[in-house]
Design a protein around this ligand. Sequence first.
Ligand code: FES
Length: 323
Amino acid sequence: MGLAEAFKQLGGTIVENAFVRKTTTSDNLQIAHTDRFEIKGHNLVYTTHMPPGLTVFDVECFPYRSYVIGIKLKNGDYPKHMAYDMKDPYHYIRTHTIDGQPYLILGGEDHKTGHDDPAAAFQALEEYARKYYYVESVDYRWSAQYYVPADGLPFIGKMPGFDDHTFVATGFSGNGMILGTISGKVLRDAILGKEDKYLKLFNPARIKPIAGFKDFVAENVDVAYHFIADRLSTADMESFVELAPDSGEVVEYKGQKIAVYKDPQGQITALSPTCTHAGCIVKFNAVEKSWDCPCHGGRYDLKGQVITGPPVMNLKQINNPGE
Ligand code: FES
């Protein structure tokens, strides 16, 4: 809040709830197009996790979800430090106090977005907590998304394939507090044309055929696998009666592939399961109640509206499934 206020006092304007569908350039101005209005400026900076649309980062930066629980302990023995273990998937602990009540914050059990089971991740975190601590209650649960670059370093600087006035900061691997702050300084210098020792190191156009090559290949083979396998593996559904309330699934219904969700009252929402970014098949996330894409981490709500990029268009509604 303090930062936002300082920004406004310096003449900045903050616009919220304005989904940018595309950007263009005209008369040396960058134009961001929302559904309601346009925003014009001399420079454009993508600080949106993954920049929207198809970009080089689709094959260089990989989406993960990370889980956290907030726990009250029986014995009040809250850790005074922050610590990570060395397991895979890893865990970390720290203490956070709200209105005088300390909580053990336990996080980890990360997995690629749209792969593995989020419910199992929360379950594993809770089991880990009960193994090492005297748990009184688990009061909070939440998850987040972050992006891991193929060679381990973030991308901060000029956006590859765009003009000299378009910039990006992404691939923070979950370390946004540090790398977000560094990005502010590096991007300021990039825009002002100043020397900055980090500009070369974090150059988004760096091409390293060796560094990160193994991860680069493994992650992209994974995308290719999902593009094909998820199209072939869908189960047939004779009738929506088979689907349990408050659950969703991608099914083949009367020869048509659909992402179907049944709400607790039995109301059905049917969507095209084809991600509008690059055409992979989305997967239902039963914990977050979202449709998650296993390829580049795009996520949609139950009505098919984009909640996490890189897609910029919503999933198509299917009004009369099977017709
Ligand atoms: Fe890229 Fe879905 S996010 S295909």
